[in-house]
Design a protein around this ligand. Structure first.
Ligand SMILES: C[S@@+](CC[C@H](N)C(=O)[O-])C[C@H]1O[C@@H](n2cnc3c(N)ncnc32)[C@H](O)[C@@H]1O
Length: 291
């Protein structure tokens, strides 16, 4: 794990029930930074207290401070630790988010890569949340393949996330009416979704290209192999520049030569990062590996 600053992981447990002490909050901030890269500002204190308070009844701990003490001393069951991480991460996402980037994908990158074996493309959605991002990529690829008369049964899209809960939802590929109303064009809903117990299930022609696995971006990801395209959007915004740099340097190494990287259009590269050139098309920025 990344260990950016001095670790202050020892606090005494106190029994203040649902109230979060200053000491425990500070220790939690440090833990989330060191273990997950996530920076939790002072303004998030109430959010932490309220989210940890919600899961407290499921755990065998008497107070939020005790829960945090168990977390940092590594004495909690794995299940409880996972629940804490799930509760703290922000998983906001929707279909075809940052639409101009999907235009670049469909109109610039796919046509260029179609002259290579399109079928063998490998794409990584890092911090994929509930799956809308990798499945939007899969739909875009399917639409492109159909209109161009190419086939892509072996295309691989890998979605990874720190939160186990979101990955469970992503694997099920069943979405509510509300979720579909956020960004999904009507013609794609009709083509790729079927009604499923008052919800909507994605068809296997889209899900079969996508696989999911848990991954903390602070740990090694070299085993995932090399990618033609990496999406890492709205994930690094929660990290310090130091951690961002550490992750992006390893992501560049995970790109094939001239492979592409997408951050969200509101994010920028941290200072001191080399190995990427900035490109612009369809009103948005994206990056390509240069050696
Ligand atoms: C706001 S969502 C972005 C989802 C999607 N990429 C998008 O742009 O719509 C951020 C995701 O990053 C994940 N995340 C946060 N820290 C992470 C870490 N250290 N390693 C892997 N994923 C992380 C969260 O669990 C969350 O699902």
């Amino acid at each position: 794990m990344f260990n950016g600053g001095a670790s202050r992981l020892s606090i005494q447990s106190s029994f203040s029930g649902n109230l979060l002490s200053d000491q425990a909050f500070e220790a939690f901030q440090q833990y989330m930074h060191d273990q997950c890269g996530i920076m939790i500002g002072q303004g998030k204190r109430y959010m932490v207290q309220s989210r940890l308070g919600t899961i407290l009844p499921e755990t065998k701990t008497a107070s939020i401070d005790e829960l945090i003490h168990g977390l940092i001393t590594n004495t909690l069951p794995v299940k409880t630790k996972t629940r804490i991480i799930d509760a703290i991460t922000t998983n906001e996402t929707y279909w075809f988010r940052d639409g101009r980037q999907f235009e670049v994908l469909a109109k610039v990158i796919f046509p260029e890569l179609a002259t290579h074996p399109f079928n063998a493309l490998r794409i990584w959605s890092a911090g994929c949340s509930h799956g809308q991002e990798p499945y939007s990529i899969s739909m875009a690829a399917q639409e492109f393949a159909q209109t161009q008369g190419v086939r892509c049964p072996n295309m691989q899209i890998i979605g990874t996330d720190l939160s186990h809960q979101v990955l469970e939802n992503a694997r099920r590929a069943i979405y509510s009416e509300f979720s579909l109303s956020r960004g999904l064009p009507n013609h794609l809903r009709q083509r790729y979704f079927t009604p499923w117990q008052e919800q909507w299930k994605l068809k296997s022609e889209i899900t079969s290209k996508v696989s999911f696995r848990p991954l903390n971006l602070l740990s090694s990801f070299s085993l995932l192999g090399k990618f033609d395209i990496i999406f890492c959007r709205n994930v690094l915004i929660y990290f310090s520049s130091e951690v961002k740099l550490h992750i992006l340097n390893r992501m560049i190494a995970s790109l094939k030569p001239e492979g592409y990287l997408f951050l969200s259009s509101t994010e920028s590269l941290p200072r001191g990062l080399t190995g990427l050139e900035t490109l612009q098309a369809h009103g948005t920025r994206y990056y390509r590996r240069i050696d």
